[in-house]
Unconditional design. Sequence first.
Length: 151
Amino acid sequence: MDYRIIGLDPSNYGKLANIWDMERHAELAKRFYAEIISGNRKSYVFEAEGEYIGEISLVFDKNDPDYTIAGKRIYVSRLIVKLSERRKGVGRALVDFAVEKARELGYSEMSIGVDIDNYPAIRLYWEKGFDRILFVGEDEDGKYFKLLKQI
């Protein structure tokens, strides 16, 4: 597959609708866009043949020390791959890319949140070195882990 991973230009934010249902999740989409504009979120897209098929973001301040510590720990957010493109290595490539970006930015740790019943994601994160459980909790979406990776 011929692809590239690029920083998301805010003017192309609407193209993410190819990956996830932004209309159905309008409040989330608005929040993420506001974070991009404010500089708190940097999003990257996996583009193949001019089409966005995957997304990952780095968040600098999550107001939660499990997730972010200024200059030390960065939060990986919104790893998502278009349903028809899953299990083809897109998620792995995006995680590897995000790790390199975090290193370039001077971070030594990365955190991520994942639903306890999302076995494919947990396996991917574990294989990519997110091997420390910081917290097990539950919110309106169900039970989840907060995982940590040293970089």
